[in-house]
Structures are given as C-alpha cells and as structure tokens.
Design a binder for this molecule. Structure first.
Ligand code: SF4
Ligand code: SF4
Length: 460
C-alpha cells in the first residue's frame, strides 16, 4: 500500500465527532479547525487524495502539531493519529522540499542527536560556561528582533548550561555493569540481565540518571549491558517526516542489540519518548511496508523495550530494596510532571507514582497536566513562542506550590522546565531542582540491602 493510501485509509476511521478537540494544545492556543486534530486529519487526507495543495499557512498548521497524542488517547474511534501525521509529514517532505526547517534548526538537531559530535558541544559548553548570563541576555535581546532561529540559539545556550552542570567531560559510562551478586541465580539457566538504551542525548544531559539507573538495576541484581554502537531512537527524524532516516536508525539499533536480546529481560530506556519510540518500531515498520523479517525483528525488540520507570516499579519489590525517608517537611513535597509520552504513548502515568511511593514520607503532587508542556523533542527549538506559552501554566503551578524539587521522566521536558524556571529563579534567588525520578530514588536508596537470596524470584 502506498503512503497516500495508508493515510487515506487511516483517516477514514475518523467520524469527525470532535471529542479530541478540547484536548489539543494548539487548538487551545489558536482556536481554529486547522490547528485541531480533526482539522489536521482532514487536511492530511485531502493532501493524500490530491484534493488540495500545500501552502505556507497549511504547512504551518500541520507542523504546529506537537505529536503529544492527547487526541489519540481520547478518541473513541481509536484513530491512529500518530501514523497519519508522521506519514503526512513524510509526504510533504518528499513532495515539497521548499517547506523545510531552517539550516540552523537542522544543525542544532544534528548536533543533539549525533553522539560522535557531542565532544564539540561539550567543548563549547565548557568554553561558554563562565559567560552564561552574558550570552543568555544577549541572545534574549536578539530573540526579540528575530524569531525562530535566534530562539533556537537561545535554547541551545540554556542547554549548554545544563551540560556543564550535569555531565563530566570524560564519560564515566562503561559498557558492562555486573550486579554485585551476578553469579547467584535462583533458577539455573535464567539470566538476570538487561540492556540499557542510552539514546542520543542522555550521555550529554543525563549522565547522573544513567549512573543512578545502573546503581538501582545492580541493586535489584541485574547485570547491565550497554551496547557501544547504539543510535538515536529516531523520534526526531520521524516527527520531521524523515521516515527513511528513522527506519535506518531503527534497523541499526535492532542490529546492535540482536546478540544480547535473547538472554536479556528488557531493553531499558531512561526517557519516556525514546521508550515509546522503541516499543513502536514494529508498528512503524508495518506502516512503511517493510520486509517481513525486519518487522519480526522489530516486534521482538519492541516486546523487550520498556521504560526504567515501568521496569523498576516491577522489580524493585523483588530486589527488596529499602529507601531512606525524606526528613525535612519542605523536601517531602515533590511536584510530578507527567510527560505526554508517559501518559499518552506508554499509558503508564500511575506507575510513576507507585514507584516513587517506595520512598517513605514522600508527598507526590501532580503538576498541572491538562496540556503538553511544549517541549515535544525539538519543538521547543523550532517553535519557542508556542512551547513557552504552553509551559507558562505549569511554571505558574510550580511557583504557586513552592516546590523545592520537581521530577520529570522525559529529558526534553526537563530541559524545557529548567529553561522556563530561570527567570523566576533569578528573581527570587532560589533554585528549583528539576531531576529525573530515578535520581530521587537513587539518592534515598539505603546501600547494601540485606537481600534474602532464597526470596529472590525473578519473573519474566
Ligand atoms: S480523531 Fe477521533 S475524537 Fe477526533 S474527531 Fe476523529 S473520531 Fe472524533
Ligand atoms: S497530537 Fe497533540 S497537538 Fe497534535 S493534533 Fe493531537 S492533540 Fe493536537
């Protein structure tokens, strides 16, 4: 089936009821049909059936979609909005190369998703770190006179700051972390090993979360393997309509993980959006009419793919881990950001609360989650004005609640929150910590748990 036929067939399932519309963040901001899910589905269908032509304004309305998938979750007809949108973007990219992202935008994305180029970012982050406030101010000034590309630079300026504060400059991440009791097995022949998917940017921004993930998995008696030649999950290519680039990355990851897959219980990612993308490799391959062998391999891969939140919530009790209570009253109240990928793609938002409730005295309060926060991968670089307008309500909520710490299990959302909180932090001289929930758990972990070996039973 051609891409056009697939779009048309999927779009025909939409009964135009409009129930999805109030859940769409861009409809909330723009209040027009073209900025709603129902409108976009009709536009993609009309494009696929050659009933309309692409124009600048039509392209913008379609491209404004954050792929948050709130519409998909609420839809009673189970319309596969993500596939319609991704294939629709691919159709436009192939037929209308004139509608492209700016060169600066492409360069920024390329830098972020290509680990071999990260030494460049790290070096520049190191060089600019002492001048952060000066750079931030000047980029902000330029930003007011020229939108889009300069905002991209401003955002990257903030990201540089996160690199210099989060990551060391010589990576401490190795390829294999044996569990302390790796030789111990209750059931002979049953391996306790997992594969860690680092993705493209966690080495750059989330080294502490990677190390904490390994610490917790080891404490649950899992050996952790990290394939050296792994690639970006492909989500960013996918959103930009680069389905061939996305497929190439997926194929490479499947190939690199293949030899470890059989013996491993899971492929674990620390970022919800990557977990969602890895889980959906087979669906993506199917939508591109890929060869049967690749679809089968993608299915095996996807079945083992999971998020660290979901995996730990299952195994933490088996590992009999103990966590120290949060003692100070102020530090007990934690603001919880629920990323769209956790809520609408993995559909596991409750599990984050279950996991964190292992920490005694913790009080978890959900941050306003009515709409997407606006991060949406590289969206916050591409459309910073929209992204910031969507973030504002959440920032107001965080400030009103006076949290010391907020947690988010998606890298892009964390960076977006950190950027959004900067003004407030400078004004009041108080920093609000934005961390991955795994960091919070690892901090409270009581070391050397007295695991009763005979009680450890691993479930597949
Ligand atoms: S996508 Fe679903 S909820 Fe939205 S208009 Fe179509 S059928 Fe209704
Ligand atoms: S994915 Fe999100 S932004 Fe896009 S149409 Fe659906 S609800 Fe709106």
């Amino acid at each position: 089936m051609s891409i056009q036929q697939t779009i048309s067939q999927l779009a025909n399932q939409c009964v135009l009821c409009g129930l999805c519309i109030p859940h769409c963040p861009t409809y909330k901001l723009f209040q027009t049909e073209n900025e709603s899910p129902r409108g976009r589905i009709s536009l993609f269908k009309a494009l696929a059936e050659n009933q309309i032509k692409v124009s600048e304004s039509l392209f913008t309305s379609l491209d404004h979609c954050l792929t948050c998938r709130a519409c998909e979750k609420i839809c009673p007809s189970q319309v596969d909005y993500a596939t319609i949108s991704n294939l629709g973007r691919a159709l436009i990219a192939s037929q209308h190369p004139e509608y492209q992202r700016s060169l600066k935008q492409k360069m920024a994305e390329k830098l972020l998703v290509t680990p071999s180029l990260h030494p460049l970012i790290k070096l520049s982050a190191k060089a600019v770190a002492p001048f952060q406030s000066f750079i931030g101010k000047n980029l902000k000034d330029v930003n007011q006179t020229e939108s889009g590309s300069q905002s991209t630079l401003a955002s990257i300026g903030v990201f540089s700051h996160e690199i210099s504060s989060d990551a060391s400059f010589s990576s401490p991440i190795k390829n294999f972390y044996p569990a302390p009791e790796a030789s111990f097995q209750i059931k002979p022949g049953k391996k306790k090993q997992v594969i860690l998917f680092k993705g493209c940017s966690s080495d750059l921004f989330e080294q502490q979360t990677l190390l904490d993930t390994i610490k917790l998995l080891n404490a649950c008696l899992f050996d952790v393997y990290i394939p050296e030649k792994q690639h970006c999950c492909g989500a960013m290519n996918h959103r930009q309509g680069d389905i061939h680039g996305m497929k190439k990355l997926a194929k490479e990851n499947i190939k690199q993980f293949k030899s470890l897959l059989q013996e491993s219980q899971a492929i674990i990612s620390i970022t919800n959006s990557c977990s969602g993308q890895l889980k959906e490799y087979a669906k993506l391959m199917n939508s591109l009419d890929s060869e049967a062998e690749l679809i089968n391999e993608a299915e095996d891969f996807g079945q083992k793919a999971t998020d660290i939140i979901s995996f730990l919530a299952q195994v933490i009790k088996i590992g009999h881990l103990k966590f120290a209570p949060l003692t100070e009253e102020k530090s007990q109240r934690i603001g919880v950001h629920i990323p769209c990928s956790l809520k609408n793609v993995l559909k596991e938002d409750q599990i984050l609360f279950d996991l964190l409730e292992n920490i005694p005295n913790i009080q978890l309060i959900k941050i306003n989650d009515q709409y997407c926060c606006g991060a949406a991968g590289s969206y916050m670089l591409q459309y910073p004005d929209i992204a910031n307008r969507l973030l504002d309500e959440k920032i107001d909520d965080v400030i009103e609640q006076n949290y010391q710490t907020i947690v988010s299990s998606n890298l892009g959302c964390s960076l977006h929150f950190k950027q959004g909180l900067k003004n407030y932090e400078q004004k009041v001289g108080r920093k609000i910590e934005v961390i991955h929930p795994i960091q919070l758990l690892a901090r409270q972990l009581i070391q050397s748990p007295q695991v009763n070996k005979t009680n450890v039973v691993l479930e597949n």
